[in-house]
Design a protein around this ligand. Sequence first.
Ligand code: HSE
Length: 345
Amino acid sequence: MSSVKSKPRIALLGTGVVGSAFVSRWLRLRERGVAVTELALLVNSRVALECRADAAASLQTARAAQGVAKLRDDALRAGDILVDATASEAVAQRHAAWLQHGVHVVTANKLGIGADLQRANEIRDASEKSGVHYGDSATVGAGLPLIRSIRELARGGDRIHRVEGVLSGSLAWLFNHYDGMRAFSGFVRQAREAGYTEPDPRIDLSGEDVRRKLLILARAAGLPLQAQDIEVNSLVPPSLASLPLDAVDAQLEQLDAPLHAHFAEAYKNGGQKLRFLGRFDGEGKASVGIAALPADHPLCGGSGTDNKVAIFSDRYDVNPLVIQGPGAGAEVTAAALLDDVLRVV
Ligand code: HSE
């Protein structure tokens, strides 16, 4: 990696639904006269190519490419902005090194600060030491001011007592649509096509996605929470969990009977609603799983992919600070990534 300072450029990693929405939004902002940084490199698992004047055409080339590629570190210069629109563990492993070399990282990939605690600390330290930006607002709530609010409360001396709510946009959408009559698996396919789920929908259905988000929020609150501290109740039966990704679609019907049983039980209990909740408290107790709530419960509010999260702290000790809004989808996620890019420049 070169340490020569020159005009910053964007290197976009990932050209799937989020990466493509990022390029579309980048083009729209540029047309509107917003001073967005040059989009210089498009990289996916098959190709790494220089973005030509026609970014939309370059995106099509990258999406259609065959082969295997990896971003070479010498393609990046200090001051560049790397945008991680992948869900890749291998890419997340490199976040800290890029930061150490003076490259800003803006990410929707939660595996940087929402997985291993040591990796999250290395990222924080590298960003502080190098004075470069780690833009993470797309990782939780697709840009809703969740991480930011918790960080600001903690910075202002407030202790976070408890954070709880709906943190999965795809599961919110699923439970807002599932009616107990049509198959749950059909809705899962729709949520995947719409770009609400992770590329592997089991990451959402198993609670792993919410676990990662709780780790990110708890760490933002100053709690060194680790993955194993969180009790996770998965919706994925072991026989579905053990399949390779390309065999999952044909077996999604395995979800239908258990989800129907949850729905019927909740319905029988006075028309309760199913919600998938995550919570942690200031003592480091944390859990993720499905819950049946009375229809008028505050966490039942919201529609579509809405996240709804209550934050209790020293100043919000009786009535929580509540943040609600669309929490999944390519458009909002791409917007959050571009907001972070604009914050860098
Ligand atoms: N799969 C995620 C969700 C996307 O359902 O919330 C946003 O992080």
